[in-house]
Write a protein that binds this ligand. Structure first.
Ligand SMILES: Cc1cc2nc3c(=O)[nH]c(=O)nc-3n(C[C@H](O)[C@H](O)[C@H](O)COP(=O)(O)OP(=O)(O)OC[C@H]3O[C@@H](n4cnc5c(N)ncnc54)[C@H](O)[C@@H]3O)c2cc1C
Length: 547
């Protein structure tokens, strides 16, 4: 128990480095937002969006411009929730447990602690806020219409993206990155450019979070219905008289345990769109009978379509980090700066106090559990995340209860190239630490080796440590890997959905969210996830008009 608690505390401590400060603003006056207990037993719509998350909200807001839309979100509202709105409560938000908490924690089979969203706004209501676009190459490879991509990013940015304050610690890391050769200095930009830059954030200048739920401000209220605490159990299909199975409705459960049916109006072009995220979308497809036949049968599910690719290609970009105690106070900061290296490793940083990580005292590691939460921190975390990743895993159902987490394996560093990128990223972090720019923050008596040992002693995950963990950067990467929560896959384009995001083998069903990605876009994905929601909403309406 004590060890488990210590592990949780350590993970929270790392997470808490994404802290900030803030106050609150007024929630939008949405007339269409209701608890699902108020939903009628049966209703009819042009589009049904499963999941009101980072992609689901912009998608629904866009579709409502030309049709009626129902959004079914299993979580509650982010508005008025101080844990969500206030960056200072970032760790409390993630750590909160309970059947309705916005964060639903899980541990991957790799032994890495993780979390997924369960709230309107999805991951954008939990995340560290960094906002940055995908590279031009990523957009090209995705086969997206570049003009529409640009317009869609701008549509998102005019509501939820801001320029961060860049103070002492963040400036020093930026200068250290430039000294370490991560050049040029690209200043402030949302673009994905080699070199060092300041990116955007979804926290405004007073530290208040703007989530994807704010994109519903664009919605046509008379065309929109959003039900909260509405857990979708399955998509329904008609097979009789159809060329192939056609989605026509969904069954969802409200908080009181009552089941409701929501159905598509009989009109060409009407569709169900799954936007339940990388953990939720493959799960919903499997629960609806689309997935690997034997696996579905093992769970007693009726097989609609044997689709072995559902749940495949799950990936989570590994994150490794060093914590740097500082000899002078640092500002509370989220991720503001990123170094985009030529070898596919991205360096980011956060700093602050209040997470009680007693790592600033050499010789005291690991910190004692007693009094742990009362110690304030002076220091920062410098982390590296690799692009891609190339290593892939898979997702399986544990149960057929849609509220339960599926089991997921990410296979961190299975592919040697991922490990090489991590090692190069860690070497760059070491160069940054040894830069002139960082010298005024560093303790003279705390060399990089001590910082590495400190991290090795910290149970930031449930993985074993080895004799060589502190002396081999390869082993360090493998043993101290954490998540930066950019997991994706499970319903990938070309495998589960086609290039129009239509589920292959059935009609009137699409998936639009991070589960469709084969690689995480940009250095951090949320900008592109929101963009994709807007982009696909536009594409779907265009298709409808030409029907
Ligand atoms: C702690 C954390 C920090 C992060 N930091 C950053 C960052 O700084 N910058 C960045 O760019 N990215 C960050 N990310 C990643 C980013 O937030 C995600 O990649 C993104 O939010 C995923 O969007 P999505 O639409 O695919 O899924 P989600 O946003 O998770 O949306 C899925 C929605 O579907 C709902 N749902 C699932 N199943 C069902 C069901 N059966 N019935 C009804 N509803 C259902 C969920 O409740 C959820 O609201 C972070 C993520 C986390 C968790």
């Amino acid at each position: 128990m004590a060890l488990q608690r210590w592990r949780l505390i350590c993970v929270l401590a790392v997470i808490s480095l994404f802290h900030g400060f803030c106050n609150s603003d007024k929630a939008p006056d949405y007339t269409f937002l209701h608890d699902a207990v108020l939903a009628p037993p049966v209703s009819f719509h042009d589009y049904i969006v499963i999941g009101g998350g980072t992609s689901g909200c912009p998608l629904a807001a866009t579709l409502s411009q030309g049709a009626t839309v129902l959004v079914l979100e299993r979580g509650g509202s982010p508005y008025g929730n101080g844990n969500i709105e206030n960056i200072a409560n970032f760790d409390a938000n993630i750590a909160a447990t309970g059947p309705d908490s916005p964060s639903q924690q899980f541990v991957s089979e790799d032994g890495v602690l993780n979390t997924r969203a369960r709230v309107l706004g999805g991951g954008s209501a939990l995340n560290a806020g960094f906002y940055t676009r995908a590279s031009k190459d990523y957009v090209k490879e995705a086969g997206w219409d570049e003009k529409l991509v640009e317009e869609s990013y701008e549509w998102v940015e005019s509501k939820v993206a801001f320029k961060p304050p860049v103070q002492g610690w963040q400036s020093a890391v930026r200068d250290g990155l430039i000294e370490a050769g991560v050049t040029p200095d690209n200043g402030f930009t949302y673009e994905h450019l080699l070199g060092t830059k300041i990116g955007g954030t979804i926290f405004d200048s007073s530290g208040h979070r703007h989530t994807a739920a704010n994109l519903l401000e664009y919605a046509q209220p008379e065309n929109t219905a959003v039900y909260l605490f509405a857990t979708v159990h399955k998509v329904l299909f008609s097979t009789v008289g159809e060329r192939r199975p056609r989605a026509y409705g969904v069954i969802f459960e409200d908080k009181a345990g009552r089941m409701h049916g929501a159905y598509l109006r009989k009109k060409a072009g009407n569709e169900i769109i799954v936007s339940a995220g990388a953990m939720g979308s493959p799960q919903v497809l499997m629960l609806s009978g689309i997935g690997p036949m034997q696996h579905l049968k093992n769970h007693g599910l009726e097989v609609l379509l044997d689709q072995p690719m559902v749940g495949q290609g799950m990936a989570d970009n590994p994150m490794n980090a060093l914590f740097v105690p500082t000899r002078k106070p640092v500002e509370v900061s989220l991720i503001e700066v990123v170094g985009i290296t030529s070898f596919g490793s991205y360096i980011e940083t956060a700093s602050g106090s209040g997470f009680g990580y007693q790592m600033g005292r050499p010789g005291m590691l690991p910190p004692p559990v007693s009094g742990f939460m009362n110690v304030s921190l002076a220091g920062g975390l410098i982390l590296e995340k690799i692009m891609g990743p190339i290593s892939k895993g898979h997702l399986e159902l544990r149960t057929i209860n849609p509220k339960d987490n599926p089991s997921v394996t990410f296979n961190y560093f299975k592919e040697p190239e991922d490990l090489r990128r991590c090692v190069q990223g860690m070497k760059t972090i070491i160069d940054v630490l040894n830069s002139q720019a960082m010298s005024s923050f560093r303790y003279n008596g705390l060399p990089v080796d001590a910082l590495i040992s400190m991290m090795v002693s910290s149970p930031v995950n449930l993985r074993p440590r080895h004799l060589t963990t502190a002396i081999s950067l390869e082993q360090f990467c493998i043993d101290t890997v954490m998540t930066i929560w950019h997991y994706h896959g499970g319903c990938q384009v070309g495998r589960v959905v086609d290039s129009d995001y239509k589920v292959i083998g059935v009609d009137s069903l699409r998936v639009v969210d991070g589960s469709t990605f084969s690689a995480s876009p940009g250095t951090n994905p949320q900008a592109t996830v929101m963009m994709l929601g807007r982009y696909m909403g536009q594409k779907i309406l265009q298709g409808r008009a030409s029907n």
